[in-house]
Design a protein around this ligand. Structure first.
Ligand SMILES: C[S@@+](CC[C@H](N)C(=O)[O-])C[C@H]1O[C@@H](n2cnc3c(N)ncnc32)[C@H](O)[C@@H]1O
Length: 374
């Protein structure tokens, strides 16, 4: 994902590339960091610390040699940064909380520089940072807006920063059924496609299962509640903030099944042999670019990770082109239900014919992560 042209990333660095701002000699922090050429053009080795909770982006940063830390690690580290770069998310409460954290992590005299695409909240983002700390300047290019504070010397609105810092905090939703937080997928509701899958979920799913793209754990909670024969369930999710909530939501259920939580990019392959898989796969990147190939890859990975005879229950928007990969990867495919523009597919892996199976590609994951902890 990082290899494609990334307009907000390029425009974030524009004030430095054009000489409007000078790149500091001190430590630099990059919140919601993404990898790309501008990082190499500006940052010295060892100068930059990145935070990124979406695994594919974090993997790309680490593959390029950048240091990636999570929120807890940054909170425990007393370093304050001469420059804090931010690619704010589209969700406004989450973005405001991130601005408050950026200010708290900036050194005296440091600055915060942010950039958003015009279609992803640039105008409100600029207004929010201005309200919090005042603006030092702005530039526009590539349909994006880069904006920054003046050197910070305690002149920001501290009471507002304190209020904004908790705007994206985890909280109970739907009458206390789940813990969730702004910014993750369908954060304060049940997604209608997932609801369709749950309505049709057969109670005889049993043995070891997996939930690919588990979000805050809605499908997994329902599987464990409705299918008493399930003995183990592995949740795979690329967004660490969502996976942490899934861990809480499943623990609260108190079911005896063996649970695994994997902060992982499913498109890179998964390890395991499953009796069943449930999934409502993503079909776009976090910046909402259409990417049906991600869902297609989820299907291929699911097929490889199922035992012969194992079943996948998948729900998707009806228009998504999944049929070819479904038919190529599974022995039997049927549409189990259709409603409101969604299709629910049951796909069964062929019984073994004796032919060698292509092994699932496994991502090496030697580092210990907060989100991976059992
Ligand atoms: C359509 S949502 C479904 C969430 C949840 N299962 C539900 O039903 O409410 C897809 C989920 O996949 C996650 N995701 C996106 N790309 C991913 C990837 N490459 N690997 C693993 N998970 C990914 C997203 O963060 C999101 O939580």
């Amino acid at each position: 994902m990082a290899a494609q042209h990334d307009a907000p990333l390029e425009t974030l660095f524009l004030p430095f590339a054009s000489g409007v701002l000078s790149w500091p000699a001190g430590p630099v922090l990059f919140l919601r960091a993404r990898d790309g050429a501008p990082l190499r053009e500006h940052a010295q080795p060892g100068q930059l610390v990145c935070e990124q909770s979406f695994r594919p982006f974090a993997d790309a940063l680490e593959a390029s040699g950048w240091t990636v830390r999570d929120e807890q690690q940054l909170a425990a580290d007393p370093t304050r940064y001469a420059l804090v770069l931010v690619l704010p998310p589209r969700q406004r409460e989450e973005a405001k909380a991130l601005f408050a954290r950026a200010l708290a992590l900036a050194a005296p005299g440091g600055i915060v520089v942010a950039c958003q695409h015009n279609n992803e909240g640039a105008r409100s983002g600029e207004g929010d940072l201005q309200q919090l700390a005042g603006l030092g300047g702005k530039l526009t290019k590539n349909h994006c807006r880069s904006y920054w504070t003046a050197p910070l010397n305690g002149q920001h609105d501290a009471a507002l920063a304190q209020r904004w810092a908790t705007l994206d905090a985890p909280r109970p939703i739907l009458g206390g059924r789940f813990q969730s937080r702004p910014g993750i997928f369908a954060w304060d509701r049940i997604d209608p496609a997932s609801a369709l899958l749950v309505e049709q979920l057969p109670a005889d799913l049993a043995g070891r299962g997996a939930d690919l793209g588990a979000g805050f754990g809605y499908l997994s909670v329902e599987v464990l509640s409705r299918c008493p024969g399930v003995t183990a369930l592995d949740l795979f999710e690329a967004e660490g903030r969502a996976l942490a909530l899934a861990r809480e939501n499943l623990a609260a259920l108190g079911k005896p099944a063996l649970l695994g939580f994997h902060w992982q990019d499913v498109t890179a392959g998964i390890e395991g042999q499953y009796d069943f898989i449930v999934t409502n796969p993503p079909f776009h990147t976090p910046s909402r670019a259409d990417r049906p190939d991600i869902g297609q890859r989820f299907i291929a990975v699911a097929a490889q990770a199922l035992r012969p005879g194992g079943r996948m229950w998948l729900v998707a928007n009806r228009h998504l082109p999944y049929e070819q990969i479904l038919n190529a990867s599974f022995g039997q495919v049927r549409v189990a239900a259709e409603r409101d523009g969604f299709k629910l597919i049951e796909a069964t892996r062929m019984k073994d014919t004796g032919r060698a199976r292509e092994p699932a590609r496994v991502k090496d994951s030697p580092r210990s992560r907060n989100w991976d902890r059992a």
